[in-house]
Ligand binder design. Structure first.
Ligand code: FAD
Ligand code: NAI
Length: 475
């Protein structure tokens, strides 16, 4: 007799594992199926985010930033170092240890919350009376049933036509996180989030990094003023970014690769690199799910079609995270997971797409929430904007990191905050205040009137809010 569950979650990434925990908290008998394998073939819960995404990339960003500080900034503090070197193998094994801590942490959370975990591939077998039969292909094969099914199967990297990933010379985010030694010349296709984060890691360690981007504008989704400031900083650091290019053939050339491309001015050029990271977006993943066995509807991009509540076309089948519409972010997947579990319980699960923050963990970091100035202009909405530079912030000066600014955009009439955009130190942490403020529909004046600790980077947030009313105190 098949094991029966109230809720079966397929996929144990941030969307799936959080959905499973919330469903179990709400009293449902819950199972989660995940197929990710660690180097020894054992389970590695946490999906793309934990294994080859958010967590390992931030571990390498931290290691490489430490190296960069030691090499370029410690001397400003009177700290002298000689014979500085990087042990790439050690750096990578530290990253692997951080990943494992997170994998193990999720297994522990499953035990704590009594989520039954199946290690293997889950696929739809058929719709049975009032439930769905799900095949689990792991060490052994078995079938389980779920009254509700939450699909959280994530996404995969998109390859460049004609240049499949070999994870040796042509790297996806997976290979980019385990390059065994610092490449002399590193190429990146796509100056999106992965391109900039991974480009930063290897540039800081000594690679000559060139990024080829198809679009004529740098970080088109980011507020223009912020994107310009970031581009200036990255260029100063030595990241070469070519915009408006058309990438052609990628050929093996000696031990490396030759990337043919047409530059923005129409000139045919070739970029010689030792390794190439292709980061041109990701595609929803439904491989092996047998969506067709039950008639689960996908769109033309391969994403599972869902409504605003993450309901699919099938009764009691839900889908969340990267495999559905919306930004491909771990915290968006988590929010949807919680909301779906609560909807299954008859509660009013809620995800506010207007207040999902974005962070790019480069140095300076870039973070934003809400609308950009260019979006508001296009929508014809009247707004006021104010900025405050970190250059005028005492804590930033003490840190020795004064690049960038905080920018507030508020409604011209009501003063409601419509967007906050930050480029600068710890933007990833500073943005939370803006998210909370927007969630509570605060005005710029609300933030301007709140006491912020001194000296702190958050004073720049307060000052940017004051700048909306043209009355900064420290600039
Ligand atoms: P995933 O994390 O992809 O998890 C899906 C899981 O389902 C996987 O474990 C997969 O093995 C499993 N699976 C798939 N099909 C089946 C099946 N049929 N049966 C069983 N298991 C299956 N986002 C952020 O918010 N912040 C960041 O800093 C960040 N950094 C990133 C860095 C990189 C390099 C990359 C690539 C992504 C990054 N992201 C980041 C994006 C983030 O990783 C994703 O948005 C997030 O992982 C999506 O979560 P998910 O649960 O939808 O899918
Ligand atoms: P992306 O969508 O961020 O950027 C892809 C870039 O590649 C775009 O600028 C696009 O114009 C460009 N491009 C597309 N085709 C091209 C081509 N043929 N030639 C040259 N350029 C081309 O995608 P990326 O960087 O692959 O990341 C995927 C997703 O993963 C992100 O959108 C984000 O959702 C998530 N992510 C989030 C992170 C974070 O939150 N800090 C970190 C890394 C990834």
């Amino acid at each position: 007799m098949a094991k029966q569950f109230d809720v079966v979650v397929i996929g144990g990434g941030p969307g799936g594992y959080i959905a499973a925990i919330r469903a179990a908290q709400l009293g449902f008998n819950t199972a989660c199926i995940d197929e990710w394998k660690n180097a020894k073939g054992g389970p590695a819960l946490g999906g793309t985010c934990t294994n080859i995404g958010c967590i390992p990339s931030k571990a390498l960003l931290q290691s490489s930033e430490n190296f960069d500080h030691a090499g370029h900034h410690f001397s400003d503090h009177g700290i002298q170092l000689s014979n500085l070197s990087i042990d790439v193998a050690k750096m990578l094994s530290r990253k692997d240890a951080v990943v494992k801590q997170n994998n193990d942490g999720i297994q522990y959370l499953f035990k704590k919350n009594k989520v039954t975990f199946f290690h293997g591939r889950g696929s739809f077998a058929k719709a049975a009376e009032g439930s769905y039969e799900i095949k689990v292909a792991g060490a052994a094969e078995e079938t389980i049933t779920g009254k509700h099914v939450i699909v959280a199967t994530g996404s995969n990297p998109r390859a460049l036509p004609g240049a499949p990933f070999d994870e040796d010379l042509v790297l996806s985010n997976d290979g980019a996180l385990r390059i065994p030694s610092v490449p002399k010349r590193l190429g990146l296709i796509g100056s999106g989030v992965i391109g900039l984060e991974m480009g930063s890691v290897w540039r800081r360690l000594g690679s000559e990094v060139t990024v080829l981007e198809a679009l004529p504008t740098f970080l088109g989704a980011v507020d223009e003023q912020i994107a310009k400031e970031a581009q200036k900083a990255f260029t100063k650091q030595g990241l070469k970014i070519e915009l408006g290019v058309k990438v052609g053939e990628v050929k093996k050339d000696g031990a490396g690769l030759a990337v043919a491309y047409t530059a923005a001015n129409g000139e045919a050029r070739t970029l010689q690199v030792d390794r190439l990271i292709v980061s041109i977006g990701r595609v929803p993943n439904t491989i092996g799910l047998d969506a067709e066995a039950v008639g689960l509807k996908l769109d033309e991009r391969g994403a599972i079609v869902v409504d605003d509540d993450c309901k699919t076309n099938l009764p009691n089948v839900w889908a969340i995270g990267d495999v559905v519409r919306g930004p491909m972010l771990a915290h968006k997947a988590e929010e949807e997971g919680v909301a779906v579990a609560e909807r299954i319980a008859g509660q009013h699960g809620h995800v506010n797409f207007n207040t999902i923050p974005w962070v790019i963990y480069t140095s300076p970091e870039i973070a934003w929430v809400g609308q950009t100035e260019q979006q508001l202009k296009a929508a014809g909405r009247a707004y006021k904007a104010g900025t405050f530079p970190f250059m005028a912030n005492g804590r930033a000066r003490a840190l020795g990191d004064t690049t960038g600014m905080v920018k507030f955009i508020a409604d011209a009439k009501t003063d409601e905050i419509l967007g906050v955009h930050i480029v600068g130190p710890l933007a990833s942490e500073l943005i939370s205040e803006a998210v909370v403020a927007m969630e509570f529909k605060a005005s710029a004046e609300d933030i301007a009137r709140i006491c912020h600790a001194h000296p702190s980077l958050s004073e720049a947030t307060k000052e940017a809010a004051l700048a909306v009313d043209k009355r900064t105190l420290n600039f």
